[in-house]
Every structure is written in C-alpha cells, then in structure tokens.
Write a protein that binds this ligand. Structure first.
Ligand code: SF4
Length: 288
C-alpha cells in the first residue's frame, strides 16, 4: 500500500532502553508499521501507556503520547478519546498494568465499547521491577516473590475480555511480526474496543515463556477456519492453552461505540466546540 507516512516521521531522537532481545522491540516496530500501513498522520495518533517496561512507548514513537500512572491507561485513553474523537487512540500496557492494577478498567472499557485499540504486552512477569510473579505467570513460576514456585492459577485475558463484552478480541505473538502487524491494524481500525493480548517474551526475567516456548506452540486461528463472529466458539477457543496456543482473532463483533451514543459529540470533537459564550465564572468560584 502506498503511504505518505515514513518510518523517519515516527522516529524519536531517543532510543529504547529495553534489554537486548526483548519482545518489546518487535512490538515497537510493528506499531510503527501499522501506523504507516494505515497511512495515519502522526499528529492524528495518540499513544497512552501505564507503568512498566511497556510504559515507555510514548517516548519512542513520535506521535502524541501520554505516560499515565499504574493501571490507569484506559481511563486516561478514554478521556482523550472523548475529548477528541478525531484522534486514533492506542492504549498500551503490560500484564501487570492491565490485569492487576488496572483490571477493573479493562472490564469497563470493554463493556462500554470505547473506540480505541488496547494492546497488552503480556510477558507473564513484572519486568521493570526486576522479576516478580504477575497475574498471567504460569502456576509454578519461580520468581523473587515466589522462590518455590507460584501457588496461583493465572488469569485468562482472552476469556475475561470476551466475558466483559469486548467487541474485538485477539492474541498476537511478538515473534511473528507480519501477523502481529495485521492484528494491530485490525485492532486500530475496529469500530469499538479493540483488545489485543500480545505474547511478549521477557528475555531477562521469564526463562519459561521464551520465543522457543511460543514458537513450538502457537498456531493461527485463521488456519483452522475459526468463525470470528461466534462469541461462544471464541470463548471455547480462549480456554485452549498448553501444547497448542491459538493466536489471531477470537472474536470480531459489532455494537455501537460509547462515543456514537453521546449526542454532544455529534457536533464534532469536544476540543473544537466553541465555548466562548458559556459563562463558568460561578463554577470556578466554587473550585478555585
Ligand atoms: Fe523486556 Fe523484560 Fe527487559 Fe523489561 S525486563 S525490557 S520486559 S526483557
């Protein structure tokens, strides 16, 4: 596809400080490729992150960006989207950020169907804080906080997103760049909440869920003619994890977005509304 946007348009002067070989490097490239393939102008995109190794994306992709606080990626992204729904909003965070500190926000953003992409760098460990068990760590995982192995069962992000009513649910793998680019494009262009869990090896602290581990197990749902319109089949597929791990689109449904139901937004983005004739001086007296 011909694109007016070039890689250099999205390049920042600073370079990522992730560990060599980290799965974040391929996701970093893939997001830029998706922006280029969609021919999005950098000024029309905002990347919102939480805390963690994945919190750094807004610094290293030259679009608008907001590095928010732990687990609060989605409320900030929702606010930005409602204030200016002409922007393409890409929310990104880790499994700790999204499935522990911010789990409740994932549920509510999914059920509201706010039009944004939500990309989760799922490395099944807390990387930035140097290797503690996370909500998606496999049972038995040995970390600093679980020296004899975790007693807990991991949560299943795909099942949870489906149960919460997300209208688009997918899983990608950082080791399959072309496939992941296509999924990110779909999550961005989907009309509604585009949920994408990404298997992102943490080469420093997770010695179990490595590139090799995933390469030996992942298979593509599209190769098995999975019906992406069927939420029940999607849920059944979401339970599969072990010798075979499905990647691709589990569910791609349709329902009205949150924004489309707010009448005030039909006149254009809130950020462009003329409010010069609105007197808020009495309200300001109460707060300032
Ligand atoms: Fe990547 Fe893990 Fe290093 Fe963080 S700690 S940059 S997730 S390899």
């Amino acid at each position: 596809m011909f694109s007016l946007v070039e890689l250099s348009d999205l390049q920042t002067t600073g370079l990522p400080s992730w560990c060599p070989g980290c799965g974040n490097f391929s996701i970093w490239q893939v997001i830029k490729m998706a922006v280029i393939e969609l021919d999005l102008n950098a000024k029309d995109v905002v990347i919102v992150s939480g805390i963690g190794c994945s919190g750094k994306y807004p610094y290293w992709i030259k679009t608008y960006g907001f590095h928010s606080i732990h687990g609060r990626t989605l409320p900030v992204a929702t606010g930005i989207r409602l204030a200016n729904h002409d922007l393409k909003v890409i929310a990104i965070g880790g499994d700790g950020d999204g499935y522990s500190e911010g789990t409740n926000h994932v549920l509510h953003a999914a059920r509201r169907n706010v039009d944004m992409a939500y990309l989760v760098c799922n490395n099944q460990i807390y990387g930035l804080t140097t290797g503690q068990v996370s909500p998606t760590s496999l049972r038995g995982t040995k970390t600093k906080t679980t020296p004899i192995g975790s007693f807990e069962w991991p949560i299943n992000p795909i099942s949870i997103a489906l149960a919460a009513g997300a209208s688009f649910v997918a899983r990608g793998f950082a080791g399959d760049v072309r496939h992941l680019t296509d999924l990110i494009i779909k999550a961005i262009t989907h009309e509604g909440f585009g949920f994408l869990d990404m298997l992102q090896p943490c080469v420093t602290f997770n010695k179990v869920n490595t590139y090799k581990f995933f390469r030996e197990r992942v298979y593509k749902l599209q190769d098995e003619n999975h019906d992406t319109n069927d939420a029940i089949k999607a849920y059944k597929k979401s339970l599969e994890w072990g010798e075979r791990i499905p990647i691709g689109i589990f569910y791609d449904g349709k329902k009205p977005t949150y924004e489309s139901q707010i009448s005030q937004l039909s006149k254009g983005p809130l950020s462009e509304h003329d409010i010069s004739d609105i007197d808020i001086s009495s309200e300001m007296k109460n707060f300032v």
